[in-house]
Design a protein around this ligand. Structure first.
Ligand SMILES: [Zn+2]
Ligand SMILES: [Zn+2]
Length: 275
């Protein structure tokens, strides 16, 4: 299963322009995980995820907000629709300082990725985690983020991003390994019965028969193979018939001649896993 996380730009989301932009970040400590709070923030339609994000931006940039944010505080947002939404970091300017992690130190040494998810939304779905990891990968490759990951609550007095997400981050963001589809074994089909094969004749050639008889131990492997259906081959076929009397000619105790049904059974036993 290969899926691609979708990317939404600020313009697509309809975020307002920032009041100011700071590139003063040295993200050696990687990224921090956030969520929206108590919630619920799980929406069936993605358009509603973006409405939530615009609401968060408005809240952060409000003149009444004591932090006096220049923009939505996060670097990127992700949702359970497996979508990354640009916030302060964009495709064209990934390396931008965020404001969500806490004090000046933790905002200066790591990025923030917020999940549009809340405490009342329960366990985080795989698609949300996939988007979060894709957002982190973007900030690592384009924004120079270090390999570290932590939770908002490691840096400030908050429950953010909640137990399900934080324990996932602490465990190293494990994702289920897809179970490989087993490759079906080819079904064995015995070679067609060579019409006319019979004792003391060499056409059709008896070598294929001799190999099957050897494979099942009816014929010693030391006996040399030969197109001729000779005494050794006959003895081995009779042995096969004694072990599988249902293929033997009726009323015969020593039957050296293989028939189509016996042939089929012998080859299934020898190469097809039959008993
Ligand atoms: Zn947070
Ligand atoms: Zn969404």
């Amino acid at each position: 299963m290969s899926r691609m996380t979708t990317w939404r730009t600020r313009a697509q989301i309809g975020l307002r322009d920032p009041k100011a932009i700071s590139t003063n970040i040295n993200p050696v400590n990687g990224v921090a995980c956030h969520y929206g709070g108590s919630g619920p923030f799980k929406r069936s339609s993605h358009a509603d995820c973006e409405a939530i994000l615009r609401g968060w931006q408005n809240y952060h940039m409000s003149p009444d907000n004591k932090n006096n944010y220049n923009d939505i505080a996060y670097n990127l947002a992700v949702c359970h629709h497996d979508i990354i939404m640009e916030c302060r970091s964009t495709q064209t300017r990934p390396k931008i300082r965020g404001g969500a992690n806490g004090n000046a130190i933790v905002n200066g040494n790591r990025y923030s990725i917020v999940c549009i998810w809340g405490a009342n939304d329960g366990a985080a779905p795989l698609a949300l985690k996939r988007a979060w990891l894709a957002a982190r990968a973007f900030l690592r490759s384009k924004g120079g983020a270090g390999s570290g990951m932590n939770c908002h609550r490691d840096m400030a007095s908050t429950s953010c991003p909640g137990d399900p997400l934080c324990s996932w981050v602490k465990a190293g963001t494990p994702m289920p390994v897809p179970t490989p589809t087993p490759i079906p074994k080819p079904v064995y089909k015995p070679p067609p019965f060579p019409t006319g094969i019979r004792p003391n004749d060499s056409s059709p050639c008896a070598v294929t028969l001799q190999r099957a008889l050897k494979k099942k131990g009816y014929m010693a492997s030391s006996i040399s193979e030969n197109c001729n259906y000779g005494p050794q081959t006959q003895k081995a076929v009779a042995k096969f018939h004694n072990a599988n009397p249902q293929f033997k000619s009726v009323g015969v105790s020593y039957d050296p001649r293989i028939g189509p049904k016996g042939w089929y059974h012998l080859f299934m036993e020898a190469y097809g896993g039959a008993r």
